[in-house]
Design a binder for this molecule. Structure first.
Ligand code: PRP
Length: 216
């Protein structure tokens, strides 16, 4: 890897799948990532970026420790991990929303200490603090919808994109919390070292996003 290259941590999975077409529409070749197999680092001699693929929470860690210059990650992760990095662009992808959901028989107003399952304990605590409710939070790593269905929790705080998972598991939405989308965040030190390159990338992506909006 060359020192002048901008290192970008891209969240693997859904974010990766949605961001690659945006990068390509902006003239950034993503063939290596598309054909990645088990590789995690993508370095090209023909373009000024090196990409790494990482899990969302780790993207914030790489960024905070200066191991990468830029992170592309959901705002859900940034808020949950209280990231203090500098957000430069909303990519307007991965749009989803936090919801409070449970089975049909759940009563959000029942005066008892609720048990809430979630991948986002900080966001959940903040939400119930605002309501003035003390709840027990159980951290779950995935398939959060199982929590109320199995009796592990009274309800969940989770993100929903299409609503399919909630619907197919016969859950009901009881409240809507913050909206979520994919953001481009930058390490402040990296911005001082490579302002030209980083702002050029942001301008490039931003004009692709705006052009696609015009086309829509
Ligand atoms: C997320 C979220 C929901 C699902 C919602 O999980 O936690 O389970 O997506 O999407 P939908 O509204 O489009 O159905 P993800 O797919 O990231 O996997 P996980 O369950 O392993 O966390």
């Amino acid at each position: 890897m060359s020192d002048s290259q901008i290192k970008i941590a891209l969240t693997k999975g859904r974010v990766e799948e949605q961001v690659i077409p945006l990068l390509e529409a902006s003239g950034i070749n993503c063939d290596q990532i598309r054909n990645k197999q088990r590789r995690l680092i993508f370095d090209s001699k023909t373009q000024p970026y090196e990409f790494i693929l990482a899990k969302g929470p780790d993207v914030t860690t790489f960024l905070e420790r200066g191991a990468v210059d830029i992170g592309i990650v959901g705002s859900d992760i940034l808020v949950e991990h209280q990231s203090t990095q500098y957000e430069l662009l909303d990519l307007e992808l991965g749009k989803c929303q936090f919801v409070l959901a449970s089975t049909k028989d759940f009563d959000p107003n029942e005066p008892k200490r609720k048990i809430i399952g979630t991948k986002y304990p900080n966001i959940t605590k903040k939400y119930f603090d605002k309501l003035g409710q003390d709840v027990e939070i159980i951290k779950i790593e995935g398939s959060v919808e199982l929590a109320p269905l199995t009796g592990l929790a009274d309800a969940i705080v989770d993100i929903t994109e299409t609503g399919t998972t909630i619907k197919e598991n016969n859950l009901v939405i009881y409240d809507y919390l913050d909206k979520v989308s994919t953001r481009l965040v930058v390490n402040r030190m990296a911005l001082k070292q490579h302002p030209k390159e980083i702002y050029a990338l942001v301008d490039n992506l931003s004009s692709t996003i705006n052009n696609e909006e015009i086309i829509k």
